[in-house]
Design a protein around this ligand. Structure first.
Ligand code: NDP
Ligand code: 2IT
Length: 448
């Protein structure tokens, strides 16, 4: 059995019932095979792959808080510190009822390679809880965040581990968590990113993941002699990533005609109204059924009753920006039948392995999340730099650094794919380029 297959089998045996973690590891290990084959003796001797798939440490803890009725509630909190070979652990906190150890581990594993691709000194980690912020009052969210941080504060720090937002964790939650960290530690330090602008946040961090996705998409298309202007796009999700991806797509002259949430999706032939979307999701925290009130010409489709989704719409570019495994083989076939040119992942692992292979076979430009959505964490690292030097950069400064980083990633993943004889395979390119830096640092630092 090859070294890669041996380690894959061990991961499944040692982490049973964690299919998302298996999926993420399989994608990475499968595509770094040529590098592993070329260095097998060295990697085996240093147990490089075994160390790569085993987090440095994992915390799992009780989060007890009191709801508005005076009832005590209990959730489970997680933080996985995966690999700090190239910098302090860095990665978001997901608050969603579907969160369990396997989700946090897959996200932490992905984060190691994503953070490496940014070219910035950040290692990989991830955390979160099965708490659902939906339908909770601000006071309930604060009570949860304070209880969560009371435990998490023991494990993090500006030079140790720096969490940020992810699904369900936005500016409001980061604010409550930051306040509690400060209270416990009596330290005013850059321990979280995605902070508000009045207390150490960076301009352009809110926009960064969505904007970065479009900078990378634009560059990959350009490298394939295609102009993004005039193209039609389908976006899924209607959260932080989806909103700012749509905004930047419009600025670049493309037209986004869909958005979605967990219950339904919208088709707006005139192009999604970003101001309406921001008001519905960021201000009112309402459902997408509201959208028709702003745009009577748009269609709202209920997912459960219709069994459809936004991938059935004829578009040139698909940008999945909601959650893992939201684009399956059937969706990929529908997109290809409709002539899709590119699929670029704003979310983490939104495309199933079968769908990814199918799209690649059909010659669709496919940008994996660890490259395409790296703009968020890259800008988080820029926030850390600003906190360290106790200065704030302008929006234009941060945005232009973000664009430079995304353009670099596009070229690095393309070059790595070509170097190993797989031109145009950006999945392989991203995994190899991300892995090379991490493995170099691991080898230099000895067995640890
Ligand atoms: P938000 O919480 O702001 O938005 C999430 C969106 O996805 C919502 O529209 C939500 O719908 C939908 N969604 C979430 N879970 C599900 C589900 N199980 N099924 C269907 N729809 C779902 O999160 P973000 O925009 O921040 O994150 C979106 C994706 O991007 C995630 O995969 C995240 O890991 C990734 N990402 C985020 C970064 C960031 O900086 N925020 C950086 C890089 C990647 P509903 O409201 O109905 O739940
Ligand atoms: O998946 C991700 O890269 C994020 N949720 C952002 C992490 C961060 O530290 O900004």
């Amino acid at each position: 059995m090859s070294y890669v297959d041996e380690v894959l089998a061990k991961v499944i045996e040692k982490n049973p019932a964690e299919p998302e973690f298996h999926q993420a590891v399989k994608e990475v290990l499968d595509s770094i095979r040529p590098v592993v084959d070329a260095n097998e003796e060295l990697y085996r001797k240093n147990a490089i792959l075994e160390r790569l798939v085993e987090p440095d440490r994992q915390f799992k803890f009780r989060v007890a808080w009191v709801d508005d009725k005076g009832q005590a509630q209990v959730n489970t909190g997680y933080r996985v510190q995966f690999n700090n070979s190239i910098g302090p652990y860095k990665g978001g906190l997901r608050l969603h009822p579907s969160v369990y150890a396997g989700i946090i581990k897959f996200l932490g594993f992905e984060q190691v390679f994503k953070n490496s691709l940014t070219g910035l000194p950040i290692g990989g980690g991830k955390g979160g809880s099965d708490f659902d912020p939906k339908g909770k009052s601000d006071r309930e969210v604060m009570a949860f965040c304070q209880a969560f941080m009371t435990e998490l504060a023991k494990y993090i720090g500006a030079d140790i581990d720096v969490p940020a937002g992810d699904i369900g964790t936005g500016a409001r939650e980061i604010g409550f968590m930051y306040g509690q960290y400060k209270r416990i530690k009596n330290l005013y330090e850059g321990v979280l990113t995605g902070k508000g602008l009045s207390y150490g946040g960076s301009l352009a961090r809110t926009e960064a993941t969505g904007y970065g996705l479009l900078y990378l998409t634009e560059e990959l298309l350009k490298m394939n002699n295609i102009d993004i202007a005039g193209k039609t796009c389908a976006v899924s999700g209607s959260g932080n990533v989806a909103i700012y991806a749509t905004e930047k797509a419009h600025q670049l002259g493309a037209k986004v005609v869909t958005c979605s949430d967990s219950t339904g999706w919208v088709y707006d032939p005139d192009g999604i109204d970003v101001a309406a979307l921001k008001e519905i999701k960021e201000v009112k925290r309402a459902r997408l059924t509201e959208y028709k009130k702003y745009r009577p010409n748009a269609e709202y489709h209920d997912k459960a009753t219709e069994g459809t989704n936004q991938w059935s719409v004829k578009v040139d570019i698909a940008l999945p920006c909601a959650t893992q495994n939201e684009l399956n083989l059937e969706d990929a076939k529908a997109l290809v039948a409709n002539g899709v040119i590119a699929v670029c992942e704003g979310a983490n692992m939104p495309t199933t392995l079968e769908a990814t292979e199918y799209l690649q076979e059909k010659g669709v430009i496919f940008a994996p999340g660890k490259a395409a959505n790296a703009g968020g964490v890259a800008t988080s690292a820029l926030e850390m730099s600003q906190n360290s030097e106790r200065l704030s950069w302008t929006f234009e400064e941060v945005d232009s650094k973000l664009k430079g980083i995304m353009v670099n990633i596009a070229h690095n993943i393309s070059d790595a794919a070509e170097k190993y004889g797989m031109p145009g395979n950006y999945v392989a390119g991203a995994n190899i380029a991300g892995f090379e830096k991490v493995v170099d640092a691991m080898l230099a630092q000895g067995i640890c």
